[in-house]
Write a protein that binds this ligand. Structure first.
Ligand code: ADP
Ligand code: MG
Length: 236
């Protein structure tokens, strides 16, 4: 079947891809699936920002990432592209349940991430949901079991993991901690620690932060495995 051939070609391209030597100026030069490539192009994303050029190639090779880069540097795509690619190459379908969890400190940020995901993920068949509270837990939880990708605030997500039966996190492939410094500053440290406890160890994790703080490095030690460090400094 045509699709299976494309999938195998993509896997070979990713296996042969060398992040250190690769041309990372444009999304079209990366080994990305057709749905992601089309979603990026339809959203008018063509050239990678610096943080994307550093993080995406490494994440495509299934490495954990610890990344510090200032606000506005393009961190959202730096994790959304690897999330979509990981699920696609793992042949995740809407029947496979939760495969990627993205944590953000506030509802507003979670909504922004979700909207970007809807844009660049429009040609994929994954199901995606927001877990930010505001509705009753029961209404929210009925939809959760069917989602492949969740964008969530830590407190609300933990509430679901503790109370929602039928939410299976055992097949989670990817955890993203966005704005980890703010997650910590807002007092979510215990919630995130407890969340990470629930998740399978054999996952990939990407941690993004605008600043490097003690709390962030503590969290990194707890949640990442032999991460690649990426720090984008402001131009002099
Ligand atoms: P951060 O999370 O680092 O603060 P965002 O991911 O929110 O940054 O991106 C900041 C802005 O840059 C957004 O408006 C986004 O649409 C835009 N942007 C991100 N990546 C690209 C890109 N590769 N090309 C053009 N614009 C981009
Ligand atoms: Mg951001």
């Amino acid at each position: 079947k045509r699709e299976e051939e494309d999938m195998q070609k993509l896997q070979v391209a990713v296996d042969q891809f060398d992040p250190k030597a690769a041309d990372t100026t444009k999304f079209s030069t990366l080994p990305l699936s057709q749905p992601t490539a089309s979603g990026l192009s339809a959203s008018h994303f063509e050239t990678l920002t610096e943080v994307q050029a550093q993080a995406i190639p490494i994440a495509l090779k299934d490495r954990d990432i610890l990344c510090a880069a200032k606000t506005g540097s393009g961190k959202t795509l730096a994790f959304l592209v690897p999330v979509l690619e990981k699920l696609y190459r793992s042949r995740i379908t809407e029947y496979d349940g939760l495969s990627a969890l993205i944590l953000a400190p506030t509802r507003e940020l979670a909504v922004q991430i979700f909207e970007t995901l809807r844009k660049i993920g429009r040609y994929h068949h994954f199901s995606a949901g927001l877990v930010i509270g505001g509705k009753n837990l029961q209404d929210e939880s009925e939809r959760l079991g069917r989602m492949n990708i969740l964008v969530a605030t830590p407190g609300r997500m933990l509430q679901h993991l503790d109370q929602t039966c039928g939410l299976d996190v055992n097949n989670l492939l990817m955890l993203v901690l966005d704005e980890a410094d703010r997650i910590m500053d807002m007092g979510f440290q215990q919630a995130v620690d407890a969340l990470v406890e629930h998740l399978p160890k054999t996952r990939n994790t990407m941690l993004f932060s605008a600043t490097q703080t003690k709390k962030v490095s503590d969290l990194a030690r707890l949640s990442l495995r032999e991460p690649e460090y990426i720090a984008i400094h402001e131009a002099a």
